[in-house]
Design a protein around this ligand. Structure first.
Ligand code: UD1
Ligand code: CA
Length: 472
């Protein structure tokens, strides 16, 4: 396909969203809506993309990043005025300019290709992508003459009662011959109900100039639907979620209940992985083959290797190794790496720590800033005391260590290879390789204490002798 350059309009306020944020940064399935448009344009072969920014321009620029050249429209005087801002940037370019609204979330690669092809084949000066909808309200109508040829596009607010009945609407995606576009734009006026410079007015100007204008009707009735309100945003979310789920299921992923499985656009999931109900998988997450995810699991920006299982867990910015097991009720936070066949079990929280191959952290543990070697067993209730109120400190647990239950590891601290830590210890010094670290009050038994209590009553039981049963 011959090349084209694209202009995406994203300077508007998006008043109907009733948001403090620009409309185009609102997300659909984890992706800012403008990125959906940029993805499609790139995939369809746009050589270069300009984005017109205005309202909270810096924020939109940050979202767009390297994906497009941003051009400022400092006052938002309408879609036609927005395109005028790109004239200088395009001064050296001759050829096809595709213009799309930044809220054209349903635009497909197929539609872009057929629009550009049709435009080039017919050597038109302008080609509009339109669609036929049941309810045209809110859209610009494509007015065709008796011969069936496009005559103009009229905005709803400027429609006559007859025009209002037209069901073919403007998608706000067009191809233009560059020179003709800017020539026509120099002649549009804000002489309409909204007092704006409408891009759509260039169509009538071109026709009056005797130029050829075409319209390509998309097969998809949604093609024209922009996202103007939060209701439309939620509709788009649902439609795209369905598409994502369908694509993944057809590629070999099992979803026991698709209706309660929520997956973002860029998530990758391998064959024969099974997603149990009420699971949310977001961001740049990659899940391997033969995994079991869920139920009630929320995974964000994480990597899960083949054969791992994660149940009732929250996993954020973590790596879960091959055949590792997580949960139920675990929280893996940023910077966690669980190696192959390791386990972070019930009520376990792990932050910025690695757990080596085959190591187990089965119950009620907090690991923060810890490096755990392989084949380590961490007893229930073990806590790394990594924070002194000012700084975070590391805990290093070497291969083959056994940490008894209810241990406090006061960081910075190292437990040497193969060492043991006795249950209930508060470890404040390093434990050398092969040693037993024990740090707890020595037990003593007071013979016949219970009998004496009963005889003498509580009065006589001294505090010290109450064996911790004293509840004042
Ligand atoms: C527009 C079309 C309408 C079409 C509909 C399809 C016009 C005049 N109308 O209407 O025919 O049916 O899209 O969804 O073009 N923008 C700027 N600068 C501005 C004004 C708008 O960059 O000064 C951007 C907005 O950020 C938005 C896009 O242009 O991304 C379209 O603007 P919007 O207000 O959504 O246009 P609609 O009223 O929906
Ligand atoms: Ca719109």
């Amino acid at each position: 396909m011959p090349g084209f350059q694209a202009v995406v309009l994203a300077a508007g306020l998006g008043t109907r969203m009733r948001s403090r944020l620009p409309k185009v940064v609102h997300e659909i399935c984890g992706k800012p809506m403008i990125m959906l448009v940029l993805d499609v344009l790139e995939a369809a072969g746009a050589e270069r993309i300009y984005t017109v920014v205005g309202h909270m321009a810096e924020l939109v620029e940050e979202v767009v990043g390297e994906r497009a050249v941003c051009i400022l429209q400092s006052e938002q005087k309408g879609t036609g005025h927005a395109v005028m801002q790109v004239e200088d940037a395009l001064s050296a370019y001759e050829g096809t300019v595709l213009v799309a609204a930044g809220d054209a979330a349903y635009l497909s690669e197929e539609d872009v290709r057929s629009l550009v092809n049709h435009h080039l084949e017919t050597r038109a000066s302008a080609t509009v992508l339109s669609s036929i909808v049941k309810d045209p309200s809110g859209y610009g109508r494509v007015v065709r003459g008796a011969s069936g040829r496009v005559e103009r596009i009229v905005e709803e607010k400027d429609c006559s009662p007859e025009e209002a009945l037209i069901k073919e609407v403007n998608s706000s995606v067009y191809c233009f011959e560059k020179r003709r576009l800017f020539d026509a734009l120099s002649r549009i006026t804000p002489d309409n109900v909204q007092g704006e410079y409408y891009l759509t007015d260039v169509i009538e100007i071109m026709i009056k100039d005797g130029l050829r204008v075409e319209a390509v009707i998309s097969k998809d009735p949604l093609a024209a639907q922009g996202i103007n309100t939060r209701v439309q945003l939620a509709e788009a979310e649902k439609i795209f979620r369905d598409r994502i789920r369908e694509r993944l299921m057809l590629s070999g992923v099992t979803m026991v209940d698709p209706a309660t499985t929520f997956i973002d656009f860029d998530v990758i999931i391998g064959q024969d992985t099974k997603i149990l109900p009420f699971s949310i998988i977001r961001g740049k997450t990659v899940i391997g083959k033969n995994c079991i995810i869920g139920p009630f699991t929320h995974i964000i920006d994480s990597t899960v290797s083949d054969g791992a299982s994660i149940s009732n867990a929250v996993v954020v910015g973590a790596e879960v190794g091959k055949e590792a097991s997580v949960g139920p009720y675990a929280y893996l936070r940023e910077g966690t790496r669980l190696f192959e066949k390791s386990k972070a079990g019930t009520f376990v929280e792990v932050k910025k720590s690695t757990v080596g191959k085959g190591s187990k952290v089965p119950h009620q543990t907090y690991l923060g800033d810890a490096t755990v070697g392989k084949d380590v067993n961490i007893g229930a209730g073990t806590i790394t005391c990594n924070y002194d109120g000012y700084k975070k400190h590391p805990t290093i647990i070497a291969d083959g260590v056994f940490i008894g239950s209810n241990t406090n590891l006061v960081a910075p601290v190292k437990i040497g290879k193969g060492a043991y830590v006795a249950a209930g210890s508060t470890i404040t010094q390093d434990v050398p390789e092969g040693a037993l670290g024990i740090a707890r009050g020595k037990q003593r038994n007071i013979e016949d204490w219970v009998k004496r209590q009963k005889r003498e009553g509580k009065k006589s039981g001294s505090e010290e002798e109450s064996g911790g049963t004293c509840d004042k």
